[in-house]
Each structure stands twice: as structure tokens, then as C-alpha cells.
Design a protein around this ligand. Structure first.
Ligand code: GDP
Ligand code: MG
Length: 808
């Protein structure tokens, strides 16, 4: 718990002190060191500040400061001690404090809490964070989706030398400015979770750009260790780096690592422990010199801010100053509640103006120039370029793959291969799973009496579950390709090739692959939008994916096109696919123009060198996606199937039974009949019939449309029930159904066309909606994804119905 949560007269033991270096140092000098006992004495009026007794004297702390100190109540400590008594005692000296007292060697040091080290991986995309994470945490991990943004954040844990490590794998960022959602997320994470040690993964063979992020971490004044990852590439190039000197110049210890084979990881962990214990000789806070123009401005404001009593203590005043002068929105929002904010903001504005006038460039440029200056100065003294160009292989491959003439055919071939493997080869295991579930249904049908429970199990749960599970092979195969493409570096080449075309739709090159995948199945396609960094492009892409005609809609086309346009079925289908793409493109353009405006992130995309993906990473990625899919979408689709089942099963139709003896007529619920027409579903269908009339649909078509909410293909089996066709199995005898529909005469060529167009464009299935919710984390986008496509579908179907009605 936090020290601030301690009640009056309660005593606790200090476990850790977070916050920036300066704050930690000051507070530790006051005696707030790990292992010390502290007692809360008085809460001042308004609960702030708080008086504590520590090391035999009284001291007052502000609540915001007490929040940065983690403590363990005595009872918690006792409980842990007794649980750990079996283990060997693990005494240690507290090196963090300037006055290390013998009392630090108290028994309480044995508690597990004090042995917990929270670390976070920060680094550029493709710097090997996930590989480091995998290598360290083994199988102990948990993938979560952080709110608001859609990139996975993974947490894991492991033990090493008596310490328990909690690891967080943060999304890749190039800096900590507040431009992209990832950057904002990483910054917020560092501020709110306050990891004990930040591990900055740096590509050793590309130091200049990678160290930029490191300079931002320097400004934060946290405990940082740099993992010089991919050191094998640096060595292979023949370059020489004096990383010890570089580390001491930057005030950050550096450890060469090769995440791929685990080299250097022990050293990395030892260094983390040293930092945690405050024993690393290289770790110190350095100031990056921002030059003769900026420095006086920075120091003037920093001095003011330093005096403030309400400045957040996670980061130093100098950092907040820089952010104020840079006019950083996030930081300004945080500082807004400070008493002196108004005056700081005025000073910052003036400073920014001065800097702009004197240097003839804006503050952000001036600061990043200074940072790059600092880096190149440091590298100049420590780094000797290698003779061998490690990019040679990459350039050679790129000559082929990103070639003006060959790029497209290669890309199309890979896409075709992905599609073919995912949906054609994937259909075999999919069929096996389907028939497994079918056998299970048959078995249940044969052993259970025909009642509501059986119907729920067979028509509700197994039908729903089966649909979800049968997609698993496709998802696995799809992610096999995506992981291979991402990890090898091809994904960014694909985006590079497609960007021109996608840009015309207001999207990003990376939108292409998810959209293409939409032809197979919308739900995983929405999940695949994750690779798009730009938030607006990602949202637009996932919102238009449902217009890409997924394979579940095919049975509907086959039924209607085959029945009503027997000689032109293929043409009609191609027309539908093209219509879907056009509507998607137009909607994307519309959304971009109306809602999102210009893309907020420019199309600067790293084309990382080609690297061999590791098998473990690929398998892990596949597995994670699969679990995520089953968890998220499985629950949603199950729930929805249950609801649809309820609506179609109830109210129970009543059957007249005459009692032979006394000739009274009783009505009992029929056990074996599903009366779709009079069920709630039927009633809903009838009630929306007036809206559907202008499209030429009667109540049965309306019911089929509603019943397709869980999965599109259900529309066909529902029509089968409504048109009373016997023996409609999963692959349905479309001819039998087609004949009944034709005979019935409610559908004409025009309304059949309208029906196909409506089913193409209307609301996506539940699984897709679930995925959209999972990815966007906003209910309003789910609601949008129901309403907008349905309105569009209605309009297009109406036009098709009226126009073709006049023509045919
Ligand atoms: P992240 O984006 O920072 O999470 O980076 P990843 O962990 O996904 O790694 C990107 C690519 O670099 C993958 O293909 C890894 O196999 C590869 N990789 C990771 N660490 C090393 C390393 O130390 N040496 C080499 N040669 N490749 C590595
Ligand atoms: Mg990663």
C-alpha cells in the first residue's frame, strides 16, 4: 500500500520510494529508506500534509509525496515473514540511503514485498522488447489490452537471485512526445505505475536514432538501464563500441544483449538489481545541455517550478519545464491544477518566443537538435563505424521486393498465398471441427428428450460455440502469416507498396492487409488493424472492414443469385464484391473528411532491416491471438446466440390436446416445435416489416435479417425454417430452398437483388462487433457500426429495388 493510506498511529515498513532521482535522494536523506519503520502521527487539516515518525524524529510529508512511497503494514510483514520462515534469510545492506543505518538490517528485509522489482521495457518498435520479454519471462505472462488504445501490453513475472521481477512490455515508441497514442500511453504508464527500473531496449546497430528515446528518459530522471540489443549485428558489422564509456557519459549503465539467444540477459538482470539497490556506479542524473540560448530560459522556469509545493514528484521540475516550454498538451493538462500554473504558463510562452526568435526555429526543433547533438557528441567519442554494411542484405532484398515492377506481383502473390492457406487449407480443419460439433449435436439429440434444455444446448450453445471454434484454424494460420510478415520486416514493405492507393481513400498503407483479410472473415480482420500506428487510420479501417464481403455472406449470394439470376450468378457476385469495396472506399473518404480530418501521423514508417523471425515469437503470437479471439469473441457470440435462441424458442407454441374421456380441450406447450413465425423473433420481424417493405421484403426476409446478427450465414438456415424446407443442413440444399422461395412468389428478381445488397452492406455480425469494441474500446463505435452500415444498406437496397424494378 501507499504510505499516504496509512491511518493515524499505524506503523508500516518502507518497501520502496518512487519518483524522480532528485526526489528520491532528498526523501532518502530524510530517513525514508527501505526497511525503515514509519508511523503516521497526524493528518493536518484537509488531510495534507501528514506528520510521520521515522528514525526517532518527526517529519512532515505532503500527501502527493507520501503517495510515492510504498509500504507494508506490520501485519502484512508479519504474515509474509511467517510464510517465508522456511527460506534462507536474505539480509542485505541498503545502499540507497546516504546514511545507511544498521536498523536497515532488520528482519523485515526478508519480506517478499521488498524483493519485488517492477521493470518496464521501453524502446523503438522492432528493437527487440518483446524478444527480451519472452526470453526473460518464459511462459509466465498475461496479455492485456490497454484502454483507449489497441496495442497489446504484456505483463509477466519471473524470479532471479531471490528477487521477484514483474515485467511490462510496453508498445514501441520513437519518443515520449504526446503525438501518438502509444507515446501517450508509455508516458502515462511511466508516470502512474512508476516502474522501479526502466529497461530501454536499443538497437545496437542503429544507435543514433535509438538513443533519442534514451535522452528523453534522461530528462525523466528515472532509474534506467540500456539493453544494447542485437549486439550480434553490431559485432557482425565490425563496429566497435565503448559502451562502458558511453554509459558513464549518459549516466545510464549499458549492457550488450542478444535477445534471440539470451546472451547478456544475466548481466542485464544483475544491473537492474544494482540499480534497484542503488549500487550502480554509472547511474547518475546528467543534464543534457540545451545550449546557451535555451539553458537560461529553462533554468529560470525550472527554479520557479522547483519551489512549488504541488508539482507532481514523479518527474523532476526540469522535465516539466521543458514540457511547458514545448507547449506539450498532456503535461499542461497534468500541471493545470497547480497553483502557480498561470504564471508558469506565461513565463513558458515568453521563453518559447525568445527561443524561436533567437534560434530561428521552434522549441521542439531546437530541443531535438540539441538532443541529437548530445548523442552524436557521445557517439563520436565511443563508437567506431564498422566496415561491413549490415544493411546490404536488406537493400538487396528490397531491390526485389519493393521494386517498381516486381513489387506488386510479389506482394499479390504473398497475399494470395496468405488467403489461400488461411481460407482454403484452413477450411479442412474447420470442417473437422464443424463435423465434430455436428456429431456432438446428433449425440445430444439422440440421448436427450426433446425439451427446452436440449434445444438450448443444441440450437443455442453448440451452434454458437461451434461457429466460434470453427474459425480457430483460420485465425491461427492468419496470424502465422501476420507474425512472419511483421517480425521479418515485410509488413512495412507491404504498406510501402500499397500506400499510394490507400492514401487516396484517406487511409494508410497498412490498412490494406486488414481490409483484404475482411474478404475472409471480418472479425480477425478488425483485430489485424492493430498493426496500423495511426489511430484515425486504424479506426476508419476497422469501421469500413464490414463492407468487405466476408465468406459467411457467400451462402446468401449463392442462394439468391443462383435462384433468381441462374445465368448470371457469377456476374452478380462479382458486382456485389466490387460494390462492397466501393462503399468501403467512399465511407473511408467520408469518415476522414467529416470526422477525423487529416491523418495526425505523417507517413514516416521505419523500414527495418530484414530479420529472421524466431519460431518461439511466431508461435507465441499465434497462440496469444487465438486465446484473445476465443476469450473476447467467444463470450460475445455465445451470449448473442443465447439471446437469439431465446427469442426464437419463446413463447412456446401451444398445442390443442383433447382429453378423450371428458372432451375438455387443454393447451400445452409443444415440446418439439420451433414456431419461428409466432416466436418473439417472428414478432420482431413482423414489426419491422413496414420498414423493409420499400425494399420488397416481407416478414420472413425481415426475420432472416435479424436472425443473422450472430453470424451472417444464419440468414439462410432461418429462411429454410420459415419457408418450411425439410432437411436443410449446414451446407444447405440451396436448390430446394430456392425452389420454395421461387414458388412462394414473395421475392422477385429486384427484391432478391435488394436482399443480397442489404446483406452485403448491413450491420456486421456479433463477432465483428465484439472485435470492434475490443479494438476501439468505445461503445459509440460499436453503435456506429450497427447504424451506419444498416442505413447505407437500406439506401442501396432501395435504389437497387426501385431502379431494377423499373428496368427488369
Ligand atoms: P519489438 O517490436 O521491440 O517488440 O521487437 P521484437 O522483439 O518483435 O523483435 C523484432 C525482430 O528482431 C524479430 O524478428 C526478432 O527475432 C529480432 N531480434 C530480436 N532480438 C534480436 C537480437 O538480439 N539479434 C538479432 N539478430 N535479432 C533480434
Ligand atoms: Mg513488441
Amino acid at each position: 500500500m501507499k504510505l499516504s493510506e496509512l491511518k493515524n498511529n499505524e506503523t508500516a515498513v518502507i518497501v520502496r520510494v518512487s519518483g524522480h532521482g532528485g526526489f528520491r535522494k532528498r526523501i532518502m536523506e530524510m530517513g525514508f529508506v527501505r526497511g525503515q519503520k514509519v508511523t503516521s502521527l497526524i493528518n493536518a487539516p484537509m488531510n495534507d500534509p501528514i506528520k510521520y515518525a521515522i528514525m526517532g524524529y518527526d517529519v512532515s510529508l505532503r500527501r502527493s509525496e507520501a503517495e510515492l512511497i510504498t509500504v507494508l503494514s506490520e501485519s502484512e510483514a508479519d504474515a509474509m515473514l511467517s510464510a517465508e520462515d522456511a527460506q534462507a534469510p536474505n539480509y542485505f545492506a541498503c545502499g540507497d540511503c546516504s546514511a545507511c543505518h544498521s536498523s536497515c538490517f532488520t528482519n523485515l528485509h526478508k519480506t517478499t514485498q521488498r524483493n519485488i522489482i517492477n521493470i518496464a521495457f521501453v524502446g523503438n518498435p522492432n528493437s527487440g522488447k518483446t524478444s527480451l520479454f519472452n526470453a526473460l519471462s518464459g511462459g509466465n505472462e498475461h496479455v492485456g489490452n490497454y484502454s483507449g488504445v489497441t496495442v497489446d501490453v504484456k505483463t509477466g513475472h519471473f524470479n532471479y537471485r531471490g528477487y521477484h521481477f514483474n515485467v511490462t512490455d510496453l508498445p514501441g515508441t520513437y519518443s515520449l512526445s504526446a503525438y501518438s497514442p502509444e507515446e501517450i500511453y508509455v508516458r502515462r504508464h511511466l508516470q502512474s505505475s512508476m516502474p522501479d527500473v526502466i529497461v530501454n531496449a536499443v538497437v545496437a546497430s542503429n544507435l543514433e536514432r535509438n538513443l533519442y528515446l534514451t535522452t528523453e528518459l534522461i530528462d525523466l530522471s528515472q532509474r534506467v538501464v540500456v539493453a544494447l540489443n542485437m549486439y550480434d549485428e553490431l559485432s557482425a558489422s565490425g563496429a566497435v563500441l565503448d559502451y562502458e564509456k558511453l554509459g558513464s557519459m549518459m549516466g545510464i549503465p549499458m549492457v550488450p544483449t542478444v535477445a534471440k539467444n539470451g546472451q547478456g540477459l544475466d548481466k542485464l538482470l544483475d544491473t537492474i538489481i544494482e540499480l534497484f539497490e542503488g549500487k550502480n556506479p554509472d547511474a547518475r542524473h546528467v543534464h543534457i545541455n540545451y545550449g546557451s540560448v535555451m539553458e537560461p530560459e529553462i533554468s529560470a522556469l525550472a527554479e520557479q517550478m522547483h519551489k512549488a509545493t504541488d508539482l507532481p514528484q514523479q518527474f523532476p521540475a526540469r522535465y516539466w519545464t521543458l514540457k511547458m516550454i514545448e507547449n506539450d498538451k498532456e503535461a499542461i493538462e497534468i500541471l493545470h491544477s497547480c497553483k502557480e500554473f498561470q504564471s508558469w504558463s506565461e513565463i513558458a510562452e515568453k521563453s518559447a518566443e525568445n527561443i524561436q526568435i533567437q534560434l530561428d526555429k521552434d522549441v521542439e526543433t531546437a530541443i531535438s537538435d540539441a538532443k541529437y547533438g548530445f548523442i552524436s557528441g557521445a557517439l563520436h567519442e565511443t563508437f567506431t563505424e564498422g566496415k561491413r554494411d549490415i544493411n546490404r542484405k536488406t537493400r538487396k532484398i528490397d531491390k526485389l521486393v519493393a521494386n517498381k515492377w516486381l513489387g506488386f506481383p510479389i506482394f499479390i502473390f504473398i497475399m494470395w498465398l496468405m488467403f489461400f492457406v488461411t481460407f482454403s487449407l484452413g477450411s479442412y480443419p474447420q470442417d473437422w471441427i464443424d463435423s465434430g460439433f455436428a456429431a456432438l449435436s446428433d449425440w445430444l439429440n439422440s440421448i436427450m428428450p426433446n425439451n427446452a434444455l436440449r434445444s438450448l444446448l443444441v440450437d443455442g450453445i453448440i451452434a454458437g460455440c461451434g461457429t466460434v471454434c470453427s474459425f480457430v484454424p483460420n485465425i491461427l494460420l492468419l496470424y502465422l502469416f501476420i507474425s512472419l510478415m511483421e517480425d521479418s520486416g515485410y509488413m512495412s514493405r507491404a504498406a510501402f507498396i500499397m500506400d499510394n492507393l490507400m492514401h487516396k481513400m484517406g487511409l494508410h498503407g497498412k490498412s490494406f492487409i486488414p481490409m483484404l483479410m475482411g474478404f475472409g472473415c471480418n472479425a480477425p480482420a478488425v483485430m489485424a488493424t492493430r498493426t496500423i500506428e495511426s489511430r484515425s487510420s486504424r479506426l476508419i479501417t476497422m469501421l469500413v472492414i464490414p463492407f468487405m464481403s466476408c465468406s459467411a455472406r457467400l451462402p446468401i449470394y449463392v442462394l439468391f443469385a443462383g435462384t433468381f439470376f441462374p445465368n448470371h450468378a457469377a456476374t452478380v457476385m462479382i458486382f456485389l464484391y466490387i460494390l462492397g469495396v466501393l462503399v468501403a472506399a467512399l465511407s473511408a473518404k467520408l469518415l476522414r473528411a467529416v470526422k477525423f480530418g487529416e491523418d495526425e501521423t505523417p507517413f514516416v514508417m521505419e523500414l527495418p532491416p530484414y530479420r529472421m523471425p524466431t519460431t518461439i515469437a511466431v508461435i507465441k503470437h499465434m497462440w496469444e491471438k487465438c486465446v484473445q479471439y476465443l476469450k473476447k469473441i467467444g463470450t460475445v457470440i455465445l451470449g448473442a446466440s443465447f439471446i437469439i435462441w431465446l427469442l426464437s424458442y419463446f413463447p412456446r407454441p401451444l398445442v390443442e390436446t383433447k382429453n378423450e374421456n371428458d372432451e375438455t380441450i387443454t393447451y400445452t406447450a409443444a415440446a418439439d416445435v420451433i414456431d419461428a413465425e409466432n416466436s418473439y423473433l417472428g414478432q420482431i420481424g413482423r414489426s419491422i416489416e413496414p420498414i423493409m417493405r420499400p425494399l420488397g421484403f416481407d416478414w420472413r426476409a425481415s426475420i432472416a435479417i435479424i436472425a443473422s446478427i450472430p453470424a451472417k450465414e444464419i440468414a439462410v438456415s432461418t429462411l429454410g425454417v420459415l419457408y418450411d424446407v425439410k432437411d436443410i443442413d449446414e451446407d444447405f440444399e440451396s436448390e430446394a430452398l430456392g425452389d420454395s422461395i421461387l414458388k412462394d412468389g414473395t421475392f422477385t428478381q429486384s427484391s432478391a437483388l435488394a436482399m443480397m445488397i442489404f446483406m452485403l452492406l448491413c450491420f456486421p455480425c456479433i463477432a465483428t462487433l465484439g472485435a470492434i469494441y475490443g479494438e476501439s474500446n468505445k461503445k459509440r463505435w460499436v453503435i456506429f457500426s450497427i447504424i451506419y452500415p444498416t442505413v447505407v444498406a437500406w439506401l442501396f437496397a432501395f435504389i437497387a429495388y426501385t431502379v431494377s424494378g423499373a428496368m427488369l
